[in-house]
Each structure stands twice: as C-alpha cells, then as structure tokens.
Design a protein around this ligand. Structure first.
Ligand SMILES: C[S@@+](CC[C@H](N)C(=O)[O-])C[C@H]1O[C@@H](n2cnc3c(N)ncnc32)[C@H](O)[C@@H]1O
Length: 508
C-alpha cells in the first residue's frame, strides 16, 4: 500500500522526447501550488473554435492536476535534460492571433474555475474574486484552447532550446493566493517582475482601478510585445509593459506601493526594497535553502524587513539578469533517470554521486507520521535549514519506484547530499492510525554511498526534532544585509546567506 496519488508527482523523465519535455515544461511552469488531494475536477467542456498551436494537451492536463492534487510534494519539476537555465531562445512563438471565442462559454468556464479556487480556500477577498471573475484569461493565452485557458493549470508559452518552459501563465490557484498575499488596493502603484502573458498584470490593474497604475517587466522583448497585445485585447489601459532585467526594478516609476515578483528569486535585489514607498509590501516567491521555496510577503517594521506571511510556492527562476538563480541536474543513477535538481551555485561533487544509487542502501525510519490531509511543508523547510546541503529536489520516473528508489519516495525537495553520499526522504504506511481510524504515513530516510548512514541519521534527527519541538508552528522570515551582525545561536533560528542578502528563518 502506498500513499494516495500525491506520490505520483515526478514526471516520467524517460527520454520520450516530446512527452518528457512537455512534462518538464509543465513542472517548471511558474507557480504550481502544492495542495492536498481534495481538488475538484477542472472544467473540461469543449470550447468552440480555437487555434491550437501545440500538441494535444491530455498529458499536460493530467500532469498539472497531479501536481496540483499531490499532497506532499513538489509542484515544480524544472529539470531539463542538461539541467541548466539556458540563455533564452524561443522555440515557440508567442501566438497572439485573434480567434473567435464564444464569450459566454469563456465566462462559464471562468466562473467554474473561480468557484473551485474559492472552494480551495483562495481568492479570499471580494476584490480578488471579482478580478478573477472579470479578467478574461483566454485573451492572455490565445494559443490555448478555452478549456486549457480555464483549467487550474499553468499554460506554458515559451521554451528554451532544451524544452524547459521559461514563460507561462501561472497556475490560477497560485495567482489567486499571491493576490491574497499582496492585498493590492484601489489607487495604488504596483510593479510586477515577470510580465509573462500579462494576465496577472491585468488582474492587478483591475484591483488598483483607474486611479492606480501597474508596471510589469519581462526580460524578453517578444514576451513583452505579447503581453502588450494581450492587455490591449483585454481592454487594460492602466498597465505599462517594459523589457528589462526585473532584478533592477524600474526606478523611473518608483516609489511603488507594492512590488510582486511572479518569478523565483533567491536573494532579494536591493532595487526592489529601495523602490518601495514607505509602508510598501514586497511579495516574492523565494528559494530559501536547497530547493525549498515559499512566496513571502515582506514589509518594513522598525527598519527591518520582516515577513507578514508565506505560502509554499515554487516558480521558475530569474534568468538573464543580475540576480539569476540557475539550476543544474546531477544524475544519481547509472542510467541517469534519477537526478537531483540543484541550484547552480551549490557545490556538489557530481562525480562522487554518479551512480550512487547502485551502492548498498541504508534506511532509518523516524516514527514521524502524517495523515492524508496534512502537509509536511514546514517539516521540509525545517529539515532543509538543519542539514548543510539543504533538501534538494529529486527527479525520478515512476519506474524508479521500488527499483532504483524505495516504493514511496517523497516527491518534493527530498534529498540531502554530503560528498559521495545521498539520503532522501521516503514514506511507508504506518501501523498507527489517527484517533478517527484514518491512515498515517511514516517518514523515513534512505541513504546510499560512503557516509550515507551518518547523513541519513542527521536527516532523521532533524525530522524528529521538528516533530517534537516545532510541529504546528509556522516560521517567520527576515531579510538582513550580508554584513549584519551574526544572529544569536539558539534552536529554531537559522541564517541562510544568499549572494544578495541573508534570510533569517525563525520558528520561535
Ligand atoms: C511564471 S512567468 C510570469 C507569469 C506572468 N505574471 C503572467 O501572468 O503570465 C515568469 C516570467 O518571469 C520572466 N523572467 C525571468 N527572468 C526575468 C528577469 N530577469 N527579469 C524579468 N522577468 C524575468 C520570464 O520570462 C517569465 O515570463
């Protein structure tokens, strides 16, 4: 017996080129929400006349719904065959063809999508709900069918030369939860980093109204041209779309009441903080350590940039600029199908890890259990903060389960490394039950390679510590300059240095 379908997360990375690339693209697709398996069926009605510029979407749909519904895991599988964040080279033109769309169908599908988002606990304010019910998403993804435009899935619109998605309309539930976090108000000036299709900028424009203004930036001119065309087709007049490195912000339009990045960052560029008005809010999907990322809302309090809240959330990373956070892939199995997706700046001895899964296995089970509707996302961050390498996403095909890997590997940020050793999180059905008689899954750690017993024990200890001392608590975050005084040494307090600043994570 294995955990419910949330463990089907990782894509089939077998080299069935188009299918694999499409799955990879989807997983990269800019904000896939990790949530529990209570999702409703997305609207799938036929959608009238459409221009389909892509291969059939059956696998995309399924994959993104697995990602959305999976309970414990990663939602953003960004592996490319080579693993790097390639310099941009569009392999698919942005399609802005005008097509005849039955607007009543669009409205019905849009409302069904928003109903689903609301039922999942997002779009919490009437303003955000109204914006989502009003802005026509299909006008921002004119190459997609109406059903895909209103599925709760990202819609990729641009790929790099190895098939990795480098731009998309983000998954609607993620868009909604970030708008909840941002709390944009009428009359405000907003800067968005990551224009993509322009859809989120249009939602922001709706929220700030005619007396407000939105500036949205993307690094590729073709994307900005596309976003402008989409915004114009949707009748948005208070949005300006610009081509530049978003990490520099847009000083000419500052100060902004809110800055939102819809692209992943590790360090927070100084320009974003400098260009906020007093009392302004920054919302950034931030890779914290290893592969663990959350969208964090920061505001200044007594001169310190502190978090007001965060949501588990992973986006495609910044590229082609001064704050890039590229990725690389490190094979663990001799056949190359099981791989780590590490960030490019992390020192990992890929040679020492090559084929490591072929070495004898060590196992340590922790006694820490979760039930089917419980997200272990805070455990994931705590363990990542606690082990030197952090927890790194491990990509694997379904066929690796029970063969190269354990029966039920944790499909999110799961693996720690130390020289030639790897230790990854796994689950098994526990004999224990919830008080109501429900099933529980126990977390364990599987190690391979020299020193893996010690590494597995360290990871298992961190899981037990979280379970004993921190379970049920959310961490807070603070941004500090790299030359700030060292933090005090106490349990539950971690300083994570990025190239640009320090993130202090506190479980107090
Ligand atoms: C997930 S998409 C954004 C989705 C978009 N907000 C929408 O509603 O369609 C991320 C975007 O960030 C852009 N991006 C990546 N690096 C960037 C950079 N350095 N500066 C500005 N934009 C960047 C990508 O080109 C991509 O379009």
């Amino acid at each position: 017996m294995v955990a419910p379908d949330f463990n089907e997360l990782n894509p089939d990375a077998s080299p069935q080129a188009a299918y694999g690339a499409r799955l990879r693209s989807l997983r990269e697709a800019g904000g896939l929400k990790r949530s529990w398996p209570n999702a409703r069926t997305s609207p799938r009605q036929a959608a009238g006349a459409v221009v389909v510029t892509r291969p059939p979407l059956r696998h995309e749909y399924r994959m993104s719904n697995i990602a959305r519904e999976e309970a414990m895991g990663s939602s953003d599988n960004t592996a490319s065959p080579t693993g790097g964040t390639a310099e941009t080279s569009s392999v698919r033109a942005v399609n802005t063809d005008a097509i005849a769309i039955p607007e009543a169908d669009a409205e019905r599908l849009r409302n069904a999508l928003v109903d689903q988002i609301r039922a999942d606990g997002h779009a919490r304010t009437p303003d955000v709900e109204r914006a989502l019910r009003t802005v026509p998403r299909h006008k921002f993804v004119p190459g997609a069918s109406l059903e895909d435009a209103y599925a709760n899935s990202p819609v990729p619109i641009k790929y790099d030369s190895d098939g990795t998605s480098i731009s998309c309309a983000s998954q609607p539930v993620v868009v909604a939860l970030m708008l909840d976090q941002l709390q944009a108000q009428p009359g405000e000036r907003i800067l968005e980093i990551g224009a993509g299709t322009g859809y989120n900028a249009a939602l922001l424009a709706h929220l700030v109204g005619d007396s407000g203004h939105v500036t949205t930036i993307d690094v590729d001119d073709d994307l900005v041209q596309g976003a402008r065309a989409h915004l114009s087709a949707a009748g948005c007049t208070n949005v300006e779309a610009l081509t530049r490195d978003g990490a520099l912000g847009h000083a000419e339009g500052a100060p902004y009441d809110r800055i939102i990045a819809t692209v992943g960052a590790h360090g927070v560029p100084r320009a974003w903080l400098d260009q906020l008005a007093p009392g302004g809010r920054l919302l950034v999907p931030q890779r914290l350590k290893g592969s663990v990322a959350r969208s964090v809302a920061y505001e200044q309090r007594d001169g310190r940039w502190v978090s007001l809240g965060s949501e588990m959330n992973t986006f495609m990373p910044l590229r082609r600029g001064i704050a890039d956070d590229g990725r690389r892939v490190i094979p663990l199995s001799a056949d190359g199908t099981v791989r780590l997706q590490a960030h490019a700046g992390q020192h990992i001895d890929a040679g020492a890890l090559s084929g490591v899964l072929g070495q004898p296995r060590t196992e340590e089970w922790t006694g820490m259990t979760v039930h089917a509707m419980e997200s272990p996302e805070w455990m994931e961050l705590f363990v990542s903060c606690s082990v030197p390498s952090g927890l790194i996403r491990m990509l694997f095909p379904q066929s690796a389960k029970g063969t190269l890997l354990s029966d039920d590997p944790y499909p999110s940020s799961a693996a720690a490394v130390d020289k030639g050793a790897v230790a990854y999180l796994a689950r098994r059905l526990s004999e224990k039950k919830t008080p109501e008689g429900g099933r529980l899954w126990e977390f364990g750690v599987i190690g391979h390679g020299p020193g893996s017993d010690e590494l597995a024990a360290t990871v298992a200890d961190a899981i037990r510590t979280w379970d004993r001392d921190y379970r049920g608590r959310a961490a807070t975050f603070e941004l500090q300059p790299l030359d700030a005084p060292a933090i005090e040494q106490r349990p539950g307090l971690f300083a994570l240095d990025t190239p640009l600043n320090r993130i202090v994570v506190d479980w107090q």
